[in-house]
Design a protein. Structure first.
Length: 435
């Protein structure tokens, strides 16, 4: 095959020749939208709007009591950062974001944090401006579903799991009734603006905070009646402990009965509080984490602990129909964790709740979970640990750390046989979503 060349076409910047020969449209496990300003207030009962005040701009339904508010960036902050992430010395892939054009809104430039796959590498200033102008033309698709479907058609994407944007407000000062009113309003906005399964192509996980079992069950029943196809679960413990403590069984029994998968996506958690024992700020939010906090409190640690709880707190054994999509955590942690889980099982360590495991934890993971490697990871290492059938492609489009063109991911799997490529790029997620 001839060496790929960077081209700008109807799909933007992409590695043309390998992707152009894919004879199918892909299934993307990790897309995003950006919320409209009324995401929390459009369907929020009037008596709760005053309680929210100026916080009703963007939302993430986090566990715990002390999550900080993440405010929209100022222009000065945007010049220094890409999204909520610090810029390393020398920029990303040799591209200094302070020297690139910016989007008109507070949205970061898609793909600007990539390294090996950074589309702006080697581009002149004029070429970068032209590319950012191209991304600006996509902005309606970041906010509205029909525009997104049109863009997906141009990108060669058949199905996208579009995760809620997050961004963060604290609801700690509200009572349970008010907090769940906000969650309910956000889910209603999600269904109205995007749909939980719009035209069998866009699938958005419903938000389900676990602050209270009775309120959570009521909201779960409501979103299931609205045909929710995925339920979001935050990585990490709840404010009351493990999300798979038997006190939460009424929630998971209903999810198991409905056979609706769980989606666990990277996001805010309460892990910063554990770093207090290491002289760190327990109230720090991830966008200001120092190196120690970033390694110990962000990404790998929360998802490893959550998967461990699924195994050894008995979620898999008690709820045999529950399935899990893991997105934007990458897979560097996965081979180590599965070896550790199997080792514990081999030594006779048993679940805290539920029956003894009849299979190795790694086999339970293969049966129940799919996971999306990061675009710049090698897929071969996780393939050796779990096999290709557990891996799904996720672009993280249109985030700054994601691919500006989702099908560019095909470069990551170049060299694999065609059946494996199709499994990763399409078939595995189609099977998981039962499409």
């Amino acid at each position: 095959m001839a060496e790929s060349t960077r081209q700008a076409g109807s799909r933007g910047v992409y590695q043309a020749d390998f992707e152009a020969r894919l004879p199918y449209r892909v299934f993307d496990a990790d897309n995003h939208f950006y919320e409209t300003p009324d995401a929390l207030t459009r369907f929020l009962e009037p008596k709760y709007r005053e309680l929210l005040g100026e916080r009703g701009r963007r939302s993430v339904m986090q566990e715990g009591e002390d999550s900080q508010t993440v405010k929209p960036m100022t222009l000065e902050e945007k010049a220094r950062t890409i999204g909520d992430h610090a810029v390393p010395e020398g920029g990303h892939g040799g591209v200094d974001p302070t020297e690139m054009p910016q989007m008109d809104s507070e949205i970061p430039v898609p793909g600007a944090m990539l390294n090996k796959l950074n589309a702006m590498r080697g581009m002149s200033a004029d070429e970068r401006r032209e590319l950012v102008d191209f991304y600006k033309s996509m902005e309606p698709a970041f906010y509205h579903r029909d525009d997104r479907l049109e863009l997906m058609d141009r990108q060669g994407v058949e199905v996208a799991v579009i995760h809620t944007g997050g961004g963060g407000i604290s609801l700690a000062d509200l009572d349970l009734e008010a907090r769940y009113a906000v969650a309910r309003a956000y889910n209603r906005w999600t269904q109205d603006e995007w749909g939980f399964g719009y035209k069998e192509r866009i699938f958005v996980p419903a938000t389900l905070p676990l602050w209270d079992v009775d309120y959570a069950v009521a909201e779960l029943e409501r979103v299931l009646a609205e045909d929710a196809r995925l339920i979001n679960l935050s990585a990490g413990p709840t404010s009351k402990g493990s999300p798979f403590d038997p006190c939460y069984d009424p929630i998971w029994e209903r999810v198991n009965e409905a056979e609706v998968p769980i989606a666990v996506h990277l996001g805010g958690s309460e892990y910063a509080k554990y770093a207090a024992d290491w002289s760190e700020d327990p109230d720090a939010f991830y966008n200001v984490f120092n190196g120690f906090q970033w390694v110990t409190c962000w990404g790998d640690r929360p998802i490893m602990d959550t998967v461990t709880a699924m195994v050894f707190h008995g979620m898999f054994s008690r709820f045999p129909k529950m399935r899990v999509l893991i997105a934007e955590f990458g897979t560097v942690w996965l081979p180590y964790l599965l070896r550790k889980l199997d080792h514990g099982h081999m030594l006779g360590r048993q679940p805290k709740w539920g029956e003894k495991l009849s299979e190795r934890p790694s086999e339970l993971f293969r049966q129940r979970c799919v996971v999306a490697p990061f675009p710049e990871e090698s897929v071969r290492r996780p393939m050796e640990a779990v096999g290709a059938e557990c891996l799904v492609f996720g672009s993280d489009f249109p985030h700054s750390e994601g691919l500006p063109d989702p099908v560019q991911y095909a470069k990551t799997v170049e060299g694999l046989d065609e059946a494996t490529v199709q499994a990763l790029m399409r078939d595995n997620l189609a099977r998981f979503m039962r499409l």
